[in-house]
Design a protein around this ligand. Structure first.
Ligand code: MOS
Length: 685
């Protein structure tokens, strides 16, 4: 493949449009004479609506209609309870949509929603895990729930050095800059949605059957999206409510944004986790036992089985290993993907335990990891396509200045500040999805390359164009990319760090087929659509990205204030398509990891069954002053076994392990081992 465009670092091609405010997010798509919707939510946790009185709201000036379970369109299928809304009087969690107001302005819709009077018959609810845990067959991502090799208990009993601790992570909520929003418009029995989504095809596939439509009768458009972090990877009830509301409004488009507060019950979240990690080792650091047992809640409405322990299946060599997942089904909102679901909380626990083992052994934590590097995937036995962990650890140690570190805790102090450093590893699967197709058309000296790919702020408009330019052997400015529209050939969700690998595979396949058929000088209008083939031999390999984080933490001896002035992260993530955009992705993900380590926590009140800090005043994310120098880089890696680009995914690995590195640095600074995130200053006083 010609490689002039891949690896170069153009700025975002949609940057000027965003700067000028003409790159529309969902709500900003101009509509003739639009109406505005506002979702009404249940104020009990569990029970039934006895009566819903809309009379006051309906009489208000500007109110067009009030949607409830009495007048809502009947949905044609009920295979997804999160989406099967307004069909009956049952309430399954606090914040569940029970109706919507449609009005001529957003202000009137909001005010009228507050005037809808609802009485309920409440039933007892369970919102915190009790004693009942179940064992699913599979966890999210299609992984088996439990795995076991050898005999962990027997190995633990005779291991000279052991670690056995439980680590917990907080409930946290995705907070993309652009809240979830949909514009719905019915015309001649077809439905058009402008939606803030990570996957127009995913939305279409879910919404069409609900309304008894064929997929071609629904069009989902999303050229620009202000972040998602997984919360827009699967459609949520707000889309269904918007389509229903528009259906009652005689062909007038309805715009329905969720408020920031509503995201905390309607847009998914990362569940809290509790994870027991057991490690057994010889005095020389050789691991003889690894066990990772994860417990998490899920919603009674729809199972989301966070795949917390799967990280342990690929990381280190050990003759004895077991992993398990157990869940408590609760009357809580539906949880879902949040950046590196499972891997992120799982690696926090696993890599904190590895640091504890290094301390117990009196061994350098990098040396401990290198010593237990497996030759092949420890569970599947397959060779790794590429595995850059050791190189990332060594490169990062060099960049960070790890060699000067005195391993003793509390060994460094400057004035009123204790200073420590910590390391943790990172891993994330390098996947591609099937079913991706791309179309190449030559028109007026330009190549139109079309696929329903998504740019959620990550840079797809630019980097996918670079892939197309390389594959066609032309300058990137001769590529006319079309993405973000379900009428285009099918592209996978922008999720699982697999978007670029999947879309890129289709674009390369289409470009090659185009050149094969039409040659270097195609006729105007020449066109071809091609589905990406399976990449030959890929299934013979274990395919993952790896990385290493190094963190300097400072803790004030008087106040226990925690600062992180410096992070060094190094990744082995395959060929990097656009270094500028990749750097931005990595820095963002590491920032989100620091946020998980020190700030983010959804305060769930079990009496209310709701998150009480449900806005950006109470739910803390970092600002510039919280973030110091984040030095991200990558090793030279071009994976020949994954896809035609040699790339892996980069969206999620940056958050994986970073919170553990922060906790490990805090331990080194203070001598206090905190086994939960976020770490707060009262944990250290
Ligand atoms: Mo990501 S949580 O797969 O959008």
């Amino acid at each position: 493949m010609n490689s002039s465009a891949i690896g170069s670092a153009p700025t975002r091609i949609e940057g000027p449009a965003k700067l000028r405010g003409v790159a529309p997010y969902a709500m900003e798509h101009p509509q003739p004479d639009p109406l505005y919707g506002f979702v009404i939510q249940s104020t009990i946790i569990r029970g039934r609506i006895r009566e819903i009185d809309t009379s006051v709201a309906e009489r208000m000036d500007g109110v067009i209609t009030v949607l409830t379970h009495h007048n809502a369109p009947r949905l044609a299928v009920d295979d997804d309870n999160e989406l099967f809304v307004l069909q009956n009087a049952e309430i399954a969690f606090r914040g569940q949509p029970i109706g919507a107001v449609v009005a001529t302005s957003p202000e009137v819709a909001c005010e009228a929603a507050a005037q809808v009077r609802v009485t309920y018959d409440e039933q007892p609810a369970e919102v915190t895990p009790g004693a009942d845990f179940y064992n699913p067959e599979q966890v999210s991502g299609g992984f088996p729930a439990d795995t076991a090799i050898g005999d962990v208990d027997a190995a633990m009993a005779i291991a000279p050095v052991t670690i056995d601790h439980t680590y917990t992570t907080a409930m946290v909520h995705n907070n993309p800059m652009e809240p979830h929003a949909t514009v719905a418009h019915w015309s001649d029995g077809t439905l058009t949605l402008f939606d803030s989504t990570q996957g127009p095809h995913v939305v279409r596939a879910a919404i069409a059957p609900l309304f008894g439509l064929a997929p071609e009768q629904v069009r989902v458009i999303a050229p620009f999206v202000g972040g998602g972090f997984g919360s827009k990877g699967e459609p949520h009830a707000n889309i269904v409510v918007t389509a229903m509301a528009a259906k009652l409004c005689d062909g007038r488009p309805v715009k329905l944004p969720l408020t920031r507060q509503q995201l905390f019950s309607l847009a998914g979240y990362r569940t809290p986790t509790s994870q027991r990690i057991r490690l057994g080792a010889h005095h020389d650091g050789t691991l003889t036992a690894i066990a990772h047992d994860a417990v998490a809640p899920t919603s009674t409405v729809k199972e989301f089985a966070e795949q917390t322990a799967v990280v342990t299946r690929v990381m280190y060599s050990s003759a004895n290993r077991s992993t398990s997942h157990r869940f408590a089904a609760l009357d809580v909102p539906v949880s879902s993907w949040m950046r590196a679901p499972g891997h992120c909380p799982g690696m926090y626990a696993a890599e904190t335990a590895m640091d504890e083992l290094a301390v117990a052994l009196g061994m350098d934590p990098i040396a401990l990891r290198v010593h237990n590097e497996p030759e092949v995937d420890p569970e599947s036995g397959r060779p790794f396509s590429t595995r850059g962990l050791v190189e990332c650890l060594r490169t990062g140690a060099e960049r960070f200045g790890w060699a000067e570190r005195d391993p003793a805790p509390r060994s460094r102090r400057e004035g009123r500040w204790l200073i420590g450093s910590g390391v943790a590893a990172a891993t994330y699967p390098a996947d591609t999805s099937g079913g991706n197709s791309a179309r190449v058309r030559y028109t007026g000296d330009r190549y139109e390359v079309a696929i329903d790919a998504m740019d959620i702020g990550t840079g797809t408009w630019t980097s996918l164009g670079q892939i197309a330019a390389d594959a066609l052997g032309v300058d990137p400015d001769r590529i006319e990319l079309r993405i973000g529209d379900s009428d285009l050939p099918e592209g996978t969700v922008a999720g699982g760090s697999s978007g670029m690998a999947s879309w890129g595979s289709a674009v390369v396949a289409a470009a090659r087929a185009f050149r094969d058929r039409f040659g270097p000088e195609p006729a105007d209008g020449a066109e071809i659509t091609v589905e990406a083939p399976e990449y030959p031999g890929r299934e013979n390999f274990s395919t993952h990205a790896f990385g290493a984080h190094f963190v300097e933490a400072r803790v004030n001896v008087d106040t226990a204030e925690i600062r992180v002035p410096r992070v060094v992260s190094v990744f082995g993530a395959g060929r990097i398509i656009n270094p500028r955009l990749a750097r931005s992705q990595f820095v963002g993900a590491v920032t989100m990891g620091l946020s998980m380590a020190l700030l983010e926590q959804s305060e769930f009140d079990p009496r209310l069954g709701a998150v009480v800090n449900h806005d950006l005043a109470g739910y803390h994310i970092p600002v510039n002053a919280d973030i110091g120098d984040i030095d991200v880089s990558w090793i030279d890696e071009n994976d020949p076994h994954l896809n035609p680009m040699g790339s892996k995914g980069i969206g999620e690995i940056g958050i994986v392990g970073s919170a553990a590195a922060v906790g490990n640095a805090i331990y080194h600074a203070t001598g206090v081992r905190v086994r939960h995130v976020p770490v707060r200053l009262d944990d250290l006083l």
